[in-house]
Design a binder for this molecule. Sequence first.
Ligand code: 9MJ
Length: 703
Amino acid sequence: MAEIEVDALTRAQAKAELAHLADVLGKANAAYYQKDAPFLSDAEYDRLKRRNMAIEARFPDLKRADSPTDRIGAPPSAGFAKVRHKIPMMSLADVFTDEEIYAFDARVRKFLNFAPDAPLDYTAEPKIDGLSLSIRYEGGKLVQAATRGDGSVGEDVTANARMIPDIPQTLVDAPDILEVRGEVYMPDAAFAELNKTQAAKGLKPFANPRNAAAGSLRQLDPQVTRERPLKFFAYAWGELSEPLADTQLGAIHHLARLGFPTNTHNALCNGPAEMLQHYRQIETERALLGYDIDGVVYKVNDLALQKRLGFRATTPRWAIAHKFPAELATTLLEDIEIQVGRTGALSPVAKLKPITIGGVVVSSATLHNEDYIAGRDSHGNPIRDGRDIRIGDWVIVYRAGDVIPKIKDVLLDRRPPDAVPYQFPHKCPVCGSDAVREPGESVRRCTGGIICPAQQVEKMKHFVSRAAFDIEGLGAKQVEMFYKDGWIREPADIFTLEDRFGHGVQQLKNREGWGEKSAQKLFAAIRAARHVPLNRLIFALGIRHVGETASLMLARFYGSWQNFHTAMEQARDHDGPAWQALMGIDGVGEVMAASLVDYFHEEKTRAALERLVAHLDIQNVEAPHVAGSPVSGKTVVFTGTLEHMTRAEAKARAEALGAKVSGSVSGHTDIVVAGPKAGSKLKKARELGVKVLSEKEWLALIG
Ligand code: 9MJ
């Protein structure tokens, strides 16, 4: 039957076709990923997906909860489907001290241009130590539940969430579209009970209630989830068809009225002194709550102010997590091991007599660098009053949240008489090359570069890590094994593995731990990983000083691999526009810029990069497109004095509207917003013929 043009479809036809496409594309996904037996060509698959999107664009209200548009890939055979969060699930910045709370309040006030004594309410909410869940309701019915994942893409755990009695299946008088966000957790008593059952069955006990909750929710068989006593607290929201309230606390009350459990210890505080008072109060009640909390979350109560404050890359400006102090334990330092990282850094690791801290067994801790072991900071000033750390010492270890355990101090009165100061190696323990310290650097680095096996392996482990290529079935362990066997030496080799094995899978299959199915699955995952968003590729390269957030900023700025690559080559000239543009990107300083330029200049890395890129389909990244925004995708520079808002707010608002805000004027600049006292940037804009607006004209433009 001939296909009807999308423009000519009736509503009823569109609805029927969307249902059909969801079904066909769902099956095609399963066939490709799980059975490795595709029945659609790539081109036909893409065409159907585009048609689905076109129909959704014409009839947005007919978009289905199980729309193929929102599904990225399919469950990798025994796994969960991925779900893209329409509104990202944010994480919170963590702080530990009172001063940091005062600083948070000061930052918020500065951004909003509020006087230090102007009234400003915050909510204080116990920070539940579970795992975040986003639950979507349409027309009052639960249609989807997803974990946070990396904040943009989570896992579809709808069937499991339906098994949690705290989570309503239907809502009365709810907004038509409502995404409720909160924490799934396991009460302490239920956790103890579960571990008893685990032990009776001869199974491994869970380390703590959070792990038990995560393990219970992420069950492929929802019946297992049903048997686990999980609970839920609502404290946030994602997409909404109408607002819940004007304030954070009002919204939480609204969620409570709709039938969601909300925390009874949430409070309203005016300013940091009251916030800290509430924190102390919660701290004393902590042990009696019956569930684990790991701190207190403060949020600006007024939702209009939250909106003005907006977000940094991954965290909101209007909230912060005040964590409880780390837990301490004393144990024996049995050995010091030197690990060589992907950049050649020699990192000392304390091997400890295993000890439980906060329910987690700890057997190693970071020792940072050689100065730290010797009892000095990077400026040569004493730390721990100059006490050094020796093998055989008793040490105080602490753990804050999920971070790597650290050594707080050493107990000199328990030091064995024969303990000797630790000699930090001056040779790489892996390849034997000299390990040197550049002046002013605290880190000693192996000079072996590409010949050092440790650096090669670590680079590839980074390459496949979660925020990078994230290849299912190819983790750190497998990378090490494949490296040892000589199967992979550099990232490009990952993508030729299947061909080198002649599709036969035979070699891999015969390896311990690999069967036909797992091998096929790995190759399918590697094939799927060829389609990689630019930001993930940049991060995966492991360029020094270029982290996940910076990679995203770079990808959004340059858009395509071609642009990025060319710009990095051109940026060698520090007087040229490419270097100026790079330095103008938010969060890019001299050190990072120089590191990027060096990376793209080095002959061997360039060649390896070329070999890699030949296997990839690199997806362009756009600054988030904001529908109806006149400045979406435009590059804007603010200069001079702004009179209606702080510079920070002006920038945040422009970014929320999809604009790229740059610190310097170049040929790429679209608009310069110039206030009084504007100087050289305004002059340059005039020279280049860039559009110049006053602050008032800018505000009129963005409405
Ligand atoms: C917890 N874990 O209890 C948030 N959270 O808000 C509370 N987490 C949060 N709020 C925005 N109470 C992002 C995370």
